[in-house]
Write a protein that binds this ligand. Sequence first.
Ligand SMILES: NC(=O)c1ccc[n+]([C@@H]2O[C@H](COP(=O)([O-])OP(=O)(O)OC[C@H]3O[C@@H](n4cnc5c(N)ncnc54)[C@H](OP(=O)(O)O)[C@@H]3O)[C@@H](O)[C@H]2O)c1
Length: 256
Amino acid sequence: MGTFSGRRVLLVGTGGIGAAVALRLAAEGSRVFGTYRSDHDGAAALGARLPAGSWAGSARLDAADPASVDDVAGPGGSAGAALGGIDTLVVTTGHRHPLEILAKTDPAVIQDIVRTELVGPMLLVRAVLPEMVEAGFGRIVLVGSDSGKAGTLGDAASSSARAGLHGLARAVARETARTDVTINVVSPGPTDTGLLAGMLAADGLTGKVMAGTLRAVPKGRAARPEEVAAAIAHLASAEAGFTTGQVLSVSGGLTM
Ligand SMILES: NC(=O)c1ccc[n+]([C@@H]2O[C@H](COP(=O)([O-])OP(=O)(O)OC[C@H]3O[C@@H](n4cnc5c(N)ncnc54)[C@H](OP(=O)(O)O)[C@@H]3O)[C@@H](O)[C@H]2O)c1
């Protein structure tokens, strides 16, 4: 029996950081329902790595599509049905567009990034909140980025969306303050996942900016996904009930 025994987690995004979250929370007793947008096989492989009985299944969810959010996370949705309700939401959605200065960024790309990283998380919070408030308990952790504090060259839409998550968490923290429902943001810096590897290997602005960002980390290395998952696990734990509306950087001191 772990700290998360009996907990029912909807994990949106089962990529590098999402996988570490699933492994950590399942090891401590959670049941986890995971979502993917394109990587069905990755989600299935993650499920197979979790302790027996802790994987409640997976579904495709596109955070940019309100109907898709409702189908999975809304009342009567597939996640709640598989888990027997949702008391924990962790959102890890992030874009994979190349970095580009704003004047050269296609408006459709801007829309996609803001939907994926801000509107989608907002719709997900909206979908799960009534059940948590009614139950009097819930934990929401939104994974953002230190770009929301510092701004990243060539990533204006994403930096804006991440800063928007801070406002979302603070506003919803006020809505839910008289219950044991909390909402917080974890902001990673460079973290050792396929996303970072792809960006470091990319041509043009993307590779240059990421290499520069990595060099600027005071601790001198990227985070391990497990280090980000540890912060998420703390904020998702029952004992973190007095911490809400906060933004926690897990970035080796990149922003302070
Ligand atoms: N790794 C880093 O260096 C770093 C640094 C700062 C912040 N972050 C942020 O931390 C989060 C997780 O990063 P990661 O490294 O684990 O990246 P990742 O492996 O690319 O994970 C991103 C996840 O988001 C999902 N996703 C993307 N668009 C979506 C959408 N519209 N609807 C639903 N799901 C969507 C992806 O699903 P599919 O793969 O199925 O499409 C994937 O599971 C992201 O927000 C990322 O920007 C990462």
